[in-house]
Design a protein around this ligand. Structure first.
Ligand code: PBG
Ligand code: ZN
Length: 328
């Protein structure tokens, strides 16, 4: 094996054309899934303070936004719904006329070439902001799973292309697969939030989705931030239950987990660059403390380099424009 001075690693770095040729990781529009927040009403476009550039949209504006996203060449959006009424059982989550179900139908009618992924959870729909049914302060597992399955089915019936459960209850993937198959939706894939951590990085999202828990936290179902092996057990059981794509969330602070999941299972692997990751880059960018565009791209390259095949990111549109601009 050659060593210095025969070996000179800088040889491949002097010429920009050579640098382009040997680059290992490149972003593509196909990697992106764009999260959108849909609210009741008309002509609503309400900015989320902690997420500059992100809005709550009523269905009419959501459809316009989806057209733009599709035209940019982004293949998929993921929908989060904010219901008109919240109650203890989160009824609008599994109402065929709920906000997300109506939004799906409206988009499908008007927009071609766009995949609709739906987030399946209860926390946006419950009056207490928890991800499932409560018994006192305990989040019930099996009773919640039944409602999540109903929610998933109504999404599929409305025309969703991919179902993405984000709740972290045990057994939800099997229950959702079963109800989908029993109702003729055996071709609808499940993108499972398989390793979802109980993270402080979700703060801004809870403003956007109006889903902060009224008391307590999500530590009885989301994962302990300190655990890596447990993530592999979570992912493994979701695969056994029928997940088609597995997700790690958040992304940037959990690159080690993305890499381990990809290496261990070789599954289509997704990562979620969450609201807090976005907010930090935006805030520093707006203050002029970092070069926002550069750090945006660096953060996404890191996620892909770690092994993610695709990712949810609030930067999807900006990054797609960047790809367009930098095309040779
Ligand atoms: C719902 C859900 C959350 C996020 C996605 N789905 C919030 C939470 O678990 O509290 C967070 C996404 C983000 O921060 O961008 N369970
Ligand atoms: Zn939830």
């Amino acid at each position: 094996m050659a060593t210095y001075p025969v070996k000179r690693l800088r040889r491949l770095r002097y010429n920009p054309l050579i640098r382009d040729m040997v680059r290992e990781t490149e972003l593509a529009k196909n990697d992106f899934i764009y999260p959108l927040f849909v609210v009741p009403g008309e002509k609503v476009k309400k900015p989320i303070k902690s997420m500059p550039g992100v809005f709550q949209l009523s269905i009419d504006n959501l459809v316009v936004e989806c057209k733009e996203v599709a035209e940019l060449g982004i293949p998929a959006v993921i929908l989060f719904g904010i219901p008109a009424h919240k109650d203890e059982r989160g009824s609008e989550a599994y109402d065929p006329e709920g906000i997300v179900q109506r939004a799906i139908r409206a988009i499908k009618k008007e927009v071609k070439n766009l995949l609709i992924i739906t987030d399946v959870c209860m926390c946006e729909y419950t009056s207490h902001g928890h991800c499932g049914l409560l018994d006192g302060e305990e989040i019930l597992n099996d009773e919640t799973v039944e409602l999540l399955a109903k929610e998933a089915l109504t999404h599929a019936q409305a025309g969703a292309d991919i179902i993405a459960p984000s709740d972290m209850m045990d057994g939800r993937i099997a229950a959702i697969r079963k109800i989908l198959d029993a109702n003729g939706f055996n071709k609808i894939p499940i993108l499972s939030y398989a390793a979802k951590y109980s993270s402080g990085y979700y703060g801004p999202f809870r403003e956007a989705a109006e889903s902060a828990p009224a008391f307590g936290d999500r530590r009885s179902h989301q994962m302990d931030i300190a655990n890596g092996d447990e993530a592999l057990r979570e992912v493994e059981s979701d695969i056994e239950e029928g997940a088609d794509i597995v997700m790690v969330k958040p992304a940037g602070p959990y690159l080690d987990i993305i890499r381990r999941v990809k290496d261990r299972f070789g599954m289509p692997t997704c990562a979620y660059q969450v609201s807090g990751e976005y907010a930090m880059i935006k805030a520093a960018g707006i203050n002029g403390w970092i070069d926002e565009e550069r750090v945006m791209i660096e953060s996404l390259i890191a996620i892909k380099r770690a092994g993610a095949d695709m990712f949810l990111t609030y930067f999807a549109k900006d990054a797609a424009l960047w790809i367009e601009k930098n095309k040779k």
